[in-house]
Design a protein around this ligand. Structure first.
Ligand SMILES: Nc1ncnc2c1ncn2[C@@H]1O[C@H](COP(=O)(O)OP(=O)(O)OP(=O)(O)O)[C@@H](O)[C@H]1O
Length: 576
């Protein structure tokens, strides 16, 4: 881009102003001798290029100033291509510098005696003018570039906010809408050019709520048109003072859909997926099918790995909530200090380490769906009363929040513990147990389910043979006998692992007892560990889970140490 050409209008103003003071005609040429601007007299007599070998040309090449007072005889004009038709009496050429380079020449040309005398008499001050001229041009060019950069940045920003999959509205300090992006225009069917009042978009009540939070926080879900949004607001500060507000609209149903989608990836579970024909299992299934449609709280009681979650999912699929979210929470796996925020969500900035945008809790996400509270017996006592309140009053309050949010999930809980005993021992609230235990369903342990063991083994063998591309026809009679005689402390989960192991390592066309026995023996060896050894392994598993969640980086480890309430040194020692 030709620099001088880009500021031609500004240059024209400068030379016209100089002409009105000096009465000397002026022209400016660029580094290729192209005439960029000229005062009117010059425009009449000159072409649009300064002549080759002219004084302009010399000034460009050498970066020097030249004053010619006798254009006919001056040796500098000897080779000028325009020598024969030149009608100038005097000429002063001043080079123009920008960023250390010569980008053009300004020429003052006298066509009459008066102008020539003026140049000669004031030559010193015109010569001094060179520096100032370069400074002026430099300033104009810099401003021009800054303006262009500003324009680029604002276009970049507009493009960015228009490509977001969330709605954006920017308000000034008087709550006037300054900008709204394509997403919000399309969703709410707003005219792009129509300037609306923010109160015509957001319900007054929600605006008041945001106002109470000084526009630094979240409200919602807020129903606007056909959509429900979580509205997050932030203030725009310049030099410490508030200049405006940004509102970000996230589609609440989309947030729910993404949970549903991740749920779909886990397949839809129906009662047909629950394998087994033993009387105990059929009884449990019958009870579950009967209550599925009734929307009552169900407590699934059974040892670990008996299939409590698969039952909970099947109940959800058979209920009228099947199109909504199924949200499983393992109450025993979430650290005590995080459980409330996981369940109820938190307002932004409500505690150290909290996400700066706040968080929607599991209760809110599953407010119309099914909430599966696994290992309910591990729920800290202090949380039990809060869960009870949420279930009784059908509303929750986020950590650090004040507003009640309506929720109505169907709750299915599960435990392997004797909750009645826990109530007697004062570790579990009786009122919560009554609330959760409207319909208790006992899921039998595998060792009491007889031939189900063989049905499940064949089912898993078929399943893993496909995965590991093995051609296994079944189990040997000895193997089936062995499988039927084992006690399965880990129930179906353990049987599943056992069959997976046997599928991988079996070399014959039917599964024999060898690999099954080997796996169970190795487990027994594991089980014969001391309490200290088992605690160490358990600790390590917890830490590994946390490291998977927060990452193995230094920041990740610092966060894990913080969450687990241990020092970095202890953390390193434990993961050695
Ligand atoms: N009847 C069944 N038919 C087929 N697969 C089953 C059956 N019961 C359980 N499973 C499988 O066994 C595994 C353990 O089941 P699940 O997680 O439902 O048990 P759980 O009782 O909830 O365990 P925990 O108490 O440890 O949470 C899962 O992979 C599940 O799919």
């Amino acid at each position: 881009m030709n620099l001088l050409k880009s500021i031609a209008p500004e240059l024209k103003h400068i030379i016209d102003a100089m002409y009105s003071v000096t009465n000397i005609d002026i022209t400016i040429v660029d580094e290729n001798l192209n005439r960029i601007v000229a005062t009117n007299n010059i425009n009449k007599v000159f072409r649009n290029k300064a002549p080759v070998n002219s004084v302009f040309h010399k000034s460009l090449m050498t970066g020097k100033q030249y004053l010619i007072t006798d254009t006919i005889n001056d040796p500098l004009c000897l080779n000028c291509f325009n020598k024969d038709s030149c009608n100038e009496l005097a000429e002063l050429c001043i080079p123009i510098h920008f960023n250390g380079k010569i980008i053009g020449v300004l020429g003052m040309c006298a066509f009459n005696e008066k102008a020539r005398d003026n140049i000669i008499n004031n030559k010193d001050s015109y010569i001094k003018f060179e520096n100032q001229l370069s400074n002026i041009i430099c300033t104009i060019l810099s401003e021009k570039r800054f303006g262009e950069l500003l324009e680029y940045r604002s276009t970049e920003l507009v493009t960015l906010i228009n490509s977001l999959n969330e709605g954006i509205i920017i308000l000034d300090n008087n709550m006037k809408i300054m900008t709204k992006n394509n997403y919000i225009n399309e969703r709410l069917d707003l005219d792009i050019n129509l300037i609306l009042d923010i109160e015509e978009i957001i319900p007054k009540k929600s605006l008041e709520e945001l106002d109470k939070k000084h526009f630094y926080g979240e409200v919602g879900p807020v129903k606007i048109g056909e959509y429900e949004f979580i509205i997050n607001s932030n203030i725009i500060k310049i030099g410490g003072s508030k200049q405006g507000i940004i509102l970000v609209f996230s589609d609440f149903n989309k947030m729910k859909e993404s949970v549903l989608k991740s749920d779909l990836n886990k397949h839809i579970t129906t009662f047909d997926n629950i394998i087994g024909e033993s009387e105990l299992l059929i009884n449990a299934k019958r009870q579950a099918i009967q209550v599925a449609e009734k929307d009552v709280s169900v407590l699934l009681i059974g040892e670990t790995g008996t299939g409590k979650e698969i039952f909970a999912r099947a109940i959800h699929t058979a209920s009228h909530r099947r199109e909504d979210v199924f949200m499983a929470i393992n109450c025993g796996a979430i650290p005590e200090n995080l459980i409330e925020s996981e369940l109820f969500g938190y307002e932004k900035g409500s505690f150290t380490g909290a996400n700066t945008t706040g968080k929607v809790g599991k209760f809110e996400i599953a407010k119309e769906g099914t909430l599966f509270l696994d290992e309910i017996g591990d729920l800290p006592y202090s949380m039990q009363v809060k869960i009870l309140r949420a279930l009784e009053e059908k509303e929750i309050t986020k950590v650090g929040g004040h507003k009640s949010i309506k929720v109505n999930p169907r709750v299915i809980s599960a435990t392997h513990r004797d909750l009645h005993k826990m109530v007697r021992e004062g570790c579990f609230r009786e009122d919560l147990l009554y609330r959760l235990n409207v319909v208790p369903i006992y899921i039998p342990p595998l060792r009491e389910r007889g031939y189900d063991i063989i049905m499940l083994s064949r089912y898993f063998l078929n399943h893993f043979s496909k995965i590991y591309k093995k051609d296994l026809l079944g189990f040997s009679a000895e193997c089936e006998k062995y499988l039927l005689g084992y006690s399965y402390p880990g129930n179906i989960r353990e049987l599943k692992n056992l069959i997976e192991y046997a599928t991988i390592f079996e070399e014959d066309s039917i599964v024999g007892v060898k690999n099954i026995r080997k796996k169970i023996d190795s487990k027994d060896k594991q089980d014969s560990k001391t309490l200290a050894e088992m605690t160490k392994i358990y600790e390590k598993t917890i830490i590994e889970n946390y490291l998977n969640r927060y990452g193995n980086s230094l920041e990740g480890k610092t966060e894990v140490a913080k969450q687990l309430g241990i020092s970095m040194a202890t953390l390193y020692r434990k993961i050695e």
